[in-house]
Design a protein around this ligand. Structure first.
Ligand SMILES: Nc1ncnc2c1ncn2[C@@H]1O[C@H](COP(=O)(O)OP(=O)(O)OP(=O)(O)O)[C@@H](O)[C@H]1O
Ligand SMILES: [Mg+2]
Length: 402
């Protein structure tokens, strides 16, 4: 099987998906604007370096010319901005996989909600807007609090909760560069993910992760140590509503073969409300987290699903896995870590990864990467115990920079 895989060099976890493809026996033809290092080269049969992977028309023309005379079986992408490019290439070459129209249902937040709502599922009331005037009219209709965010956003960039007309007035100037936005009813509740590997819209692997706090607060409050906690027991009444919702969403949107990442809210009355969904795996850590939850390798299983429509790993869930992201106080380079030694003495047996930046390392920009100044991964079969360890990592470990 010969597979074109878009952007094997970026984001960093794409290297792992490339490895997965090579390990299931695919001949991988990479296309990207980065330059693969020696290790990544080992998984690639060929590589086309393009000037900009974001220039859709140019990438399509170049790939077309590059492949002339070579048969290809699949075109795949696991990075959000490239899922449409991959679908356009599939259509151009007449290859199996999701159509451009199906992928748009996972990419355009308004279309997605319309399709999900048409299947009788609960979505936030929302409207697509193009101008400041439209935004005022839309929020007047939905009422406060409301959410205003880009139609094809990522990483909570340019996403605002507005509580009043005064708030909206303050926020709108910051949205000037956004050409299309969604004005939505604000859903009060706990936020979770529903992640899958699917064959023809039917999940063969499922996982749920709780965000603590909700993603928007994680992304807007620097002092918070965001926690993502995978849920071992998917039969808990707390999450079954979201799983049911997720399965129906996959069918409503016509998912194909591959991984998905959905976000949903659990309202105080227990109702599960759709947030958004992508037809690609969740960002870096969530695939690692699922791997730690079940002791499996989803990078390889994704490749098997996408090329051979089979999933072979055990789906038993052994642990609740917590990832705790840390942000240093101060600017510049990490100068000191307080509380880590005591933390490890207490919980070290359950810590499976420690990537906290060590003294001397420059701080990362917490606004652009959730990885922040590093993270700990802890796991335990007991939910309360796993939460206790995660909360302790959030409150008892401090990084300083100067
Ligand atoms: N209607 C809503 N009600 C309540 N909170 C919302 C709503 N829409 C968005 N949010 C909050 O804003 C966050 C970002 O919104 P959304 O997931 O749509 O954008 P995104 O930029 O694609 O996110 P990411 O790439 O971080 O997953 C959500 O995870 C949620 O916390
Ligand atoms: Mg999101």
């Amino acid at each position: 099987m010969r597979v074109v895989f878009l952007s094997p060099t970026y984001p960093p976890e794409m290297r792992e998906f490339t490895r997965g493809l090579a390990e299931v026996g695919a001949e991988v033809l990479g296309v990207g604007d980065g330059s693969p290092d020696a290790e990544l080269r080992r998984y690639l049969a060929d590589y086309l370096q393009v000037p900009s992977i974001m220039d859709e028309d140019d990438v399509i023309a170049r790939v077309h010319a590059w492949l002339r005379g070579r048969e290809v079986d699949r075109v795949l992408a696991n990075w959000e901005p490239l899922v449409i490019t991959a679908a356009r290439l599939r259509e151009r070459f007449g290859l199996p996989g999701m159509s451009v129209d199906a992928v748009r249902g996972f990419r355009d937040k308004q279309l997605m909600k319309e399709r999900v709502a048409a299947a009788g599922l609960r979505v936030p009331r929302a409207q697509r807007v193009h101008t400041i005037k439209d935004a005022w009219a839309a929020v007047e209709r939905t009422g406060y609090p409301a959410i205003i965010k880009p139609i094809s956003g990522a990483g909570s960039a340019d996403t605002y909760k507005v509580e009043s007309a005064k708030d909206l007035e303050r926020v709108l100037p910051h949205m000037r560069h956004v050409t299309e936005a969604s004005c939505e009813e604000f859903i009060e509740g706990e936020e979770y993910t529903y992640d899958t590997a699917c064959i023809d819209a039917a999940p063969v692997y499922e996982s749920v992760t709780r965000y603590l706090p909700n993603a928007l607060e994680m992304r807007s409050l620097e002092w918070v140590s965001p926690i993502m906690m995978s849920v071992k027991d998917l039969g808990q009444p707390h999450v079954t509503g979201g799983i049911e919702l997720g399965r129906k969403v996959l069918r409503a949107l016509g998912m194909g073969d591959g991984m998905t990442h959905m976000e949903w809210f659990r309202k105080p009355d227990g109702e599960a409300v759709f947030g958004e969904i992508a037809c690609r795996p969740g960002g870096a850590c969530i695939v690692d987290q699922m791997n730690y939850t079940s002791d499996i390798d989803l990078f390889v299983e994704w490749a098997r699903v996408a090329t051979a429509r089979r999933f072979e790993a055990p789906t038993e869930r052994k642990y609740n896995v917590g990832i705790i992201f840390k942000r240093a106080q101060g600017q510049g380079r990490i100068s000191n870590i307080v509380g880590l030694r005591e933390y490890l003495a207490r919980y070290g047996a359950h810590v499976v990864e420690d990537t906290l930046l060590r003294p001397g390392t420059p701080r990362r920009d917490w606004k652009t990467t959730l990885l922040s100044d590093g993270y700990l991964v802890v796991r335990h079969p007991d939910w309360d115990h796993a939460c206790e360890m995660a909360f302790a990592a959030a409150t008892d470990i401090q990084l300083y920079a100067s």
